[in-house]
Design a protein around this ligand. Structure first.
Ligand SMILES: [Mg+2]
Length: 333
């Protein structure tokens, strides 16, 4: 699938206007299940959705309900392609037993309202876009991308522009996508918490993990990490260095490991967030199926597609309303 964005999204590492995603279908017993892969594109991760890697594995001896064995067989497959495969199996399983996946997992339908993302933009664009997206979606949660390569003064201008332009009830959380040095981050976390920022995500780049200890000394708001966390094992490594983790299906390789991550994070007393890359509502519906497990929901990439190629996932006042159809309940149009 080539997906075009309504508005190109700029973060600390660059700008993307479209993405090449992959749909994976598993078929058995006359039932098809579908999952989606969106490329990750940082730190040596795959930039392609991974179709070729999946084609190298022979899954024909396995049934889609054998999720643990399929995860094993796909061990060498990149995490986003693996996620498409594993989510396709859950979609199949839901359809096979005639249950929406959230019920199959024993989870609730209810969940927090999603954050809506505003990328790195000049302050006059932030002033216009942030209140517009808050109004259109009905969510009170704005996720503002900082880590502007132009420096922290540009970040401050962007935050102030959003704060001024949005309704007083809007809660702003910040994601720097690793765009800061340790000293920038120590300075910015103090600046942001004075201005009522909800929480800060991924202040430091990959390779600067030990700097989290410095931020920890001065932070009074939760510091989440995202780029450092792909598996439950990673949570153990970072448990003493952060307050929360951002879980994404494309990083974890699907729902099964995402569930393990959230449980390990909780066991370590960490807060949890579920996020996304550039998925359409096919992939977003898979993440939203486990949305009730998370303190924060950040599943909005499909809202910025022109067009979203699928239907079935509704939203009310910024809250995902999971379909009661078997599986994930989303379909290509
Ligand atoms: Mg992030």
């Amino acid at each position: 699938l080539t997906l075009k964005r309504k508005r190109p999204l700029t973060i600390s590492r660059g700008t993307s206007g479209e993405s090449e995603n992959l749909l994976v279908t598993v078929s058995a017993d006359g039932i098809d299940g579908t999952g989606e892969s969106a490329p990750i594109g940082y730190a040596g991760q795959e930039t392609k959705a991974g179709a070729n890697e999946l084609a190298l594995v022979d899954f024909r001896s396995l049934s889609p309900w054998q999720i643990a064995e399929i995860e094993q067989a796909a061990n060498e497959v990149s995490s986003s392609a693996k996620s498409a495969l594993i989510c396709a199996c859950y979609d199949w399983l839901g359809k096979r037993v005639q249950l929406p996946v959230y019920k199959l997992l024993g989870l609730s339908r209810g969940q927090q309202q999603t954050s809506i993302t505003v990328g790195i933009n000049p302050p006059e664009v932030v002033s216009e876009l942030a209140p517009q997206l808050i109004r259109e979606t009905g969510t009170p949660f704005l996720k503002l991308k900082l880590g502007n390569p132009a420096g922290v003064d540009a970040d401050k201008e962007s935050f102030s522009a959003a704060r001024e332009a949005c309704p007083a009830a809007t809660r702003i959380r910040v994601d720097a996508n690793g765009g800061w040095t340790v000293s920038d981050a120590v300075h910015m976390v103090a600046w942001l918490q004075e201005r009522g920022c909800d929480y800060l995500e991924q202040p430091l780049p990959i390779g600067s993990e030990e700097g989290l200890a410095e931020i920890r000394k001065v932070r009074t708001i939760p510091v989440f990490i995202d780029e450092y966390i792909s598996s439950a094992k990673d949570v153990v490594k970072f448990a003493g260095l952060c307050d929360g983790v951002n879980v994404k299906l494309m990083k974890s390789g699907g729902l099964a490991e995402a569930l393990r991550i959230v449980h390990v994070a909780r066991a370590h007393g960490l807060q949890t967030m579920i996020g996304c890359f550039g998925e359409s509502s096919i992939g977003i519906s898979a993440a939203a199926a486990m949305g009730s497990l998370f303190d924060h929901v950040d599943l909005d990439s499909h809202l910025n597609l022109d067009p979203d190629p699928a239907v079935g996932l509704a939203m009310e006042n910024g809250r995902h309303m999971l379909s009661e159809e078997p599986g994930f309940g989303t379909h290509l149009v």
